[in-house]
Design a protein around this ligand. Structure first.
Ligand code: NZQ
Ligand code: ZN
Length: 401
């Protein structure tokens, strides 16, 4: 186990009826608040009104940046930076899912520099400082409410790039599971896959020295497998929504990697971001299609023990079975969970992803000529093979919708 620094400075208000603290928390950072939100779900649910009332009660001055799209665009970030600079904003309040929170993060960073915010992505300009960010999460998926990263798309260059820096971590996050009751079946399913993927990207690692963190990762995966189907059946099941929400935050708040080597060298995320960059598909859907293929591609004698651990501890497969049988069964059970239980599409063909874009996506996924270093290093030609596996049904006998 390597040395590591553990620092999660996000204050969390978890549960119902916590918004009474919102005004005081925002007020710690100043009076002028930029309220950032998406395409209108918060107006439909009544949350917008509630949030504005709380802020008004505390005498805060409200400015707005609305219409943040899923797979948020750099143009929204630029618009937000302009608003912050013109109105001398003190603090940002992001109300929504990962897209809204991510956009707010880069507005907060862009407001502290005198160059274009896309330079953070295209020129690796360092993020040394941001305006303070407060969030109210409405969708359990990305972990953006407690992590130090974000992902922004640039439709002009057909790029979607993620990056992280400590100042991007929210100062305060309100996590009320009841706010996720209105999340659609589809977004709930995609969110569940995203949470699981954040855990699996770290868990599938050849470093066996962090037994304690492996157990927690397995527990978090089991939590999603247990509660996502309940949330699909009964969207207002508090226990299910609460477990998913807290699992979403812990999957990606900096705790799971510990001192594991290469823990943040991920595989499915770089491959997926290229899909949503070009096709604007939902991030969790892309991950669902890619992950079982990536697993199958990486399964060999060098990675077998991890898959055996995954199959026995997460899916309860009989540990007395042959190791390779356990590994293959675990991939099959995960696929069934994604495509049958959660009901997500299982091929690129179904979501309209075309072969002609593979070369660009492969090249960008591995950062040009550099390979992706996950549980098994992937070069561009490996990514090509994984993308090709996504064209046809993974298990032709699965009853997909
Ligand atoms: O825009 P509104 O109207 O709010 O509707 C949204 C959107 O259409 C809707 N929604 C959110 N909360 C709702 C709701 N609808 C009804 N009731 C509610 N309570 O759901 C749709 C999707 O929202 P979005 O924010 O896009 O989803 P998600 O949270 O999955 O975020 C996805 C984005 O985050 C990035 C993804 O790549 C993608 O761009 N990621 C961010 C990460 C991070 N910050 O660390 C890590 C992830 O791996 C991921 O890459
Ligand atoms: Zn993700």
């Amino acid at each position: 186990m390597d040395n590591f620094i553990y620092d999660i400075p996000t204050k969390v208000y978890f549960g119902e009826n916590q918004l009474g603290h919102l005004g005081d928390e925002l007020g710690r950072f100043g009076k002028r608040v930029l309220l950032v939100y998406g395409g209108g779900s918060i107006k439909k649910s009544g949350l917008y009104e509630q949030v504005v009332n709380e802020m008004k009660k505390s005498g805060l001055e409200i400015f707005e940046l609305s219409g943040i799209a899923p797979n948020p665009r750099i143009d929204s970030v630029r618009q937000g930076v302009k608003l912050c600079k013109e109105n001398k904003i003190d603090v940002l309040l992001a109300v929504g899912g990962g897209s809204t929170i991510d956009a707010a993060k880069f507005v907060a960073a862009g407001s502290c520099v005198d160059f274009d915010a896309w330079d953070f992505f295209s020129k690796s300009a360092p993020i040394k400082k941001t305006l303070p960010i407060v969030t109210i999460l409405t969708l359990a998926a990305t972990g953006s409410e407690m992590d130090d990263g974000g992902v922004i798309s640039n439709p002009e260059t057909r790029e979607k790039i993620g990056l992280g820096a400590p100042p991007l971590r929210p100062k305060v996050s309100f996590l009320d599971p009841t706010l996720t009751y209105s999340v659609s079946r589809y977004q709930t399913a995609c969110g569940a896959v995203d949470i699981m993927s954040h855990i699996m990207e770290v868990y599938f690692n050849t470093d066996e020295s962090l037994y304690m963190l492996d157990c927690i990762a397995e527990g978090l995966l089991k939590t999603v497998i247990r509660y996502a189907p309940i949330a699909l059946e009964k969207p207002d099941d508090y226990e299910a929504r609460a477990n998913l929400m807290w699992a979403s935050s812990w999957a990606l708040n900096g705790f799971l990697p510990g001192g594991r080597k290469h823990a943040m060298d991920w595989s499915c995320h770089p491959m997926e971001h290229e899909l949503s960059a070009i096709y604007d598909i939902t991030h969790g859907l892309g991950l669902a299609i890619l992950t079982p293929r990536w697993m199958k591609y990486c399964l060999d004698e060098t990675t077998l023990s991890r898959f055996v651990k995954f199959g026995t501890n997460v899916f309860g497969i009989d540990p007395e079975s042959e190791p390779m049988e356990i590994a293959e069964k675990s991939i099959e059970m995960l696929s069934k969970f994604f495509f049958e239980t959660l009901g997500l599409d299982d091929t690129f063909t179904k979501v309209g992803i075309k072969k002609e874009d593979f070369p660009l996506m492969e090249k960008r996924a591995c950062g040009g000529d550099i390979l992706v270093n996950g549980v098994k290093p992937l070069h561009q030609e490996d990514i090509e093979k994984i993308y090709e596996m996504c064209g046809e049904p993974f298990y032709p006998d699965f009853a997909t919708p």
